[in-house]
Design a binder for this molecule. Structure first.
Ligand code: NAD
Length: 337
């Protein structure tokens, strides 16, 4: 696509603060003249038998048809007989990679400067395969599944991402010295893919050493690719390096090139409906979505406006120590476009 072809994208405003921060995205996209038409879908108030969850079949079809979407936080209703919303999305859309850009926000001081890395987490297998059972009383077993197919798929995504986003290095994070078969296969697949990308430097880092390096000097890393459990932990660790979940965007990649961007945080019921929410994480997720669509000029423009607004410090929401409302902060970003 180019910066002028209109594209339809699915929007799940979600629950709690979701609709407020989704409004912020819609306003800013309009102000920046982004050629995206939103197809809005809300979580239903009863279980759709076709998805066995509160997500409607139509909303999933919308993502499949458009190939791209943005999702606000969803509060999974408590009760029996339905699948979790996030699990339904992951399974139905086969979202196999979770991509989280993680960079220092200029002017927002944390313990670290110059963080600029991407974590890419395999999202379908590993310890999250749900295969746990009791062998005999007092002994339980959990199966960690690693397949060649899923490992190659996520490795391929990581190298392709590095290449198309001007990144120079991919680090595979593992514990293959202990998990010789499972992590060993994961590494083997990464190496195979690395050979197809001679221009990208490839390295393997043991997870414990990786954690130490990340907290000592996160600037050592560029793109990190890893199995499910390590990715779950490392991606939150990285979010902490730059100031927390309220600032961290993510992009889920599915089979057939589907991309569903989402903020990492939840529906924040404590501040919902009060015009207090920080829309930054959802906004930066929408920027990831734009980059996925190759709308790079628009992505740069919106990202700069967000970063400049935060750096200037005049308009910041309460979570960043300011006193601006969601709408004032949004307006300030529009003025910076
Ligand atoms: P949460 O992320 O909603 O809130 C944790 C704290 O962070 C709260 O104090 C909240 O006010 C604050 N916060 C979060 N996002 C913020 C933002 N954008 N701006 C300012 N402050 C923000 O986590 P929780 O309270 O554990 O979960 C609430 C609900 O969200 C639950 O129903 C949970 O299931 C759901 N949830 C959904 C997702 C998702 O859809 N991906 C992820 C996590 C939690």
């Amino acid at each position: 696509s180019s910066d002028s072809t209109p594209i339809r994208a699915t929007l799940f405003p979600g629950d709690g603060i979701g609709p407020e921060i989704a409004d912020s995205v819609k306003q800013i996209f309009k102000a920046a003249d982004v050629p995206i038409e939103w197809e809005e879908h809300y979580v239903g108030d009863q279980i759709d038998p076709r998805t066995q969850s509160f997500l409607t079949w139509e909303s999933l079809e919308s993502v499949r048809r458009n190939g791209v979407g943005l999702k606000g936080p969803m509060a999974t209703p408590i009760g029996k007989g339905h699948r979790s919303l996030n699990l339904t999305l992951r399974k139905e859309l086969n979202l196999y990679a979770n991509v989280r850009p993680c960079y220092s926000l200029p002017g927002y001081k944390t313990r670290y400067d110059g963080v600029n890395l991407i974590t890419i987490r395999e999202n379908t297998e590993g310890e999250y395969s749900g295969l746990e059972h009791q062998v005999v009383r007092g002994v339980v077993e959990s199966l960690k599944i690693i397949t060649r197919q899923a490992s190659l798929r996520v490795a391929e995504y990581a190298f392709h991402y590095a290449k198309t986003n001007g990144r120079g290095r991919v680090s595979a994070i593992h514990k293959a010295n202990i998990m010789q078969k499972t992590d060993g296969l994961f590494l083997k697949c990464c190496r195979e893919v690395a050979e197809k990308y001679p221009e990208i430097k490839y390295e393997e880092v043991v997870i414990d050493n990786c954690c130490m390096m990340l907290v000592k000097n996160p600037a050592l890393f560029d793109v990190l690719v890893m199995p499910n459990l390590y990715g779950d932990i490392i991606s939150d660790l990285c979010a902490g390096l730059i100031g927390g979940l309220g600032l961290t965007p993510s992009l889920n990649i599915g089979e057939g090139g589907i991309a569903l961007a989402e903020a990492v945080h939840g529906s924040a019921p404590d501040i919902a409906g009060k015009n207090l929410a920080n829309p930054t994480a959802l906004l930066l997720s929408s920027v990831s979505m734009l980059r996925h669509l190759n709308f790079n000029d628009k992505a740069d423009q919106i990202q700069s406006a967000i970063l400049n607004t935060i750096a200037e410090g005049k308009y910041r929401t309460a979570d960043l120590g300011g006193s601006s409302s969601t709408t004032d902060f949004t307006k300030a970003i529009c003025d910076h476009l």
